[in-house]
Design a protein around this ligand. Structure first.
Ligand code: NAD
Ligand code: IPM
Ligand code: MN
Length: 358
């Protein structure tokens, strides 16, 4: 099986290297995964003039799955799209039509003390944010800058088609059926036409899933409920920009953005797997980033794209054991725990994977 490995920028390559370590460890007693590195982000732009070289798209299309790190830096974020590392990732999502982005958020008892939230609020939290990933204000046109009227202005277009909403809604209902049967659709239907259509279409699709309990929240209230009563959520389905924001907030339910994995799937089930966090320029190059979000993304890849649920389980169990042993990167450090760097954390997970039976 062939995996395209796109480390990208900042801590992207650092955490991805640890996920690769976990993949090698879990396949140690059988055929190894074939892994090929490709360029993306500022790292690609600086050497090829394109944040998403065509060779990377070909590599990603031919691979059975893509393991992605992070793209973009503060320096490039304000450039035009064609020179912006982060835009390389957006283009790749669009090219592969990865419309369904699953971001599971599970409170880990060992990390209850690492969160800024109270332990009793976090107990039992197990939810998934399903973020639509290939439309919305991220991709709507027209967009751009203008000097009409004698002053600078800028504009973006929030747009959703019925079919774009319908397909992600179906993915949300199916995910809910496979879990606790609850779907919460998050929109801003009280203000935006796009979101009125969103609510209408999600409600229509819901009639095909009488076994799923559908509720609706406005995004502002959803942000509050997510922090106040996170245990009540099962699957949250929402648009591209709201999903981006809500999932970073939800990361604090696990203790750190460095803990949150994700899977981005297309209609054929092909996937790109990446941590929810970005390139973290503030900590890059210092061997202090938490690699667990990337390692847990690799576990999602094993389960969802490579058909290896037992291997996925081994990786996840190894992560739990390492945390139970008290190893912590700086972002989740607590009193009495042992502080380790990125590579030492990856080594520890690989060691635990090797100890677990195949
Ligand atoms: P970020 O997610 O990179 O970092 C936010 C904060 O969380 C920082 O303080 C960072 O140090 C911390 N953090 C993130 N991941 C961590 C980890 N694994 N371990 C420990 N701490 C971690 O978001 P940002 O600072 O807003 O953006 C930085 C750059 O990354 C920007 O250029 C942005 O455009 C880009 N970005 C890329 C992606 C992506 O590629 N998917 C996602 C988000 C941001
Ligand atoms: C994410 C990131 C990206 C997004 C950026 C880097 C384009 O924040 O994957 O969550 O906004 O989708
Ligand atoms: Mn984000």
């Amino acid at each position: 099986m062939h995996i395209a490995v796109l480390g990208g920028d900042g801590i992207g390559p650092e955490v991805t290297a640890e996920a690769v370590k976990a993949l090698r460890a879990v396949a140690a007693n059988g055929p190894q995964f074939e892994m090929t590195e490709g360029k993306i982000g500022d790292a690609a732009y600086d050497t090829t003039g394109d944040p998403l070289p065509e060779a990377t798209v070909v590599l990603a299309e031919r691979a059975d799955a893509v393991l992605f790190g992070a793209a973009g830096t503060y320096e490039s974020d304000l450039r035009p799209p064609e020179a912006r590392g982060g835009h390389g990732l957006l283009r790749l999502r669009k090219r592969l039509d990865l419309f369904a982005n699953f971001r599971p958020v599970r409170a880990i008892p060992e990390l209850a003390g690492a969160s800024t939230l109270r332990r009793e609020v976090l107990e039992g939290v197990d939810l998934v944010v399903l973020r639509e990933l290939t439309s919305d204000i991220y991709f709507g046109t027209p967009r751009g800058f203008s000097t009409a009227g004698g002053e600078r202005s800028a504009f973006n277009t929030m747009r959703y088609t019925e079919s774009e909403i319908r397909r992600v809604a179906h993915a949300g209902f199916k995910a809910a059926q496979a879990r606790r049967g609850k779907l919460c659709s998050v929109d801003k239907a009280n203000v935006l036409e796009t979101m009125q259509l969103w609510r209408t279409v999600v409600t229509e699709v819901g009639r095909e899933y009488p076994d799923v309990e559908l509720t609706h929240l406005y995004v502002d209230a959803a942000a509050m409920h997510l922090i106040r009563r996170p245990r009540d959520f099962d699957v949250i389905v929402t648009g591209n920009i709201f999903g981006d924001i809500l999932s970073d907030a939800a990361a604090m339910l696990t203790g750190s953005l460095g803990m949150l994995p994700s899977a981005s799937l297309n209609a054929e089930g092909r996937g790109l797997y990446e941590p929810v966090h970005g390139s973290a320029p503030d900590i890059a190059g210092r061997d202090i980033a938490n690699p667990l979000a990337s390692i847990l993304s690799a576990a999602m890849m094993l389960r969802l794209s490579l058909g290896k649920p037992e291997m996925a389980m081994r990786v996840e169990t190894a992560v739990r054991r390492v945390l139970a042993e008290g190893l912590r990167t700086a972002d989740i450090m607590e009193e009495g725990a042992t502080l380790v760097g990125t590579q030492a954390m990856g080594d520890a997970v690989a060691r635990e994977i090797a100890r677990l039976p195949d």
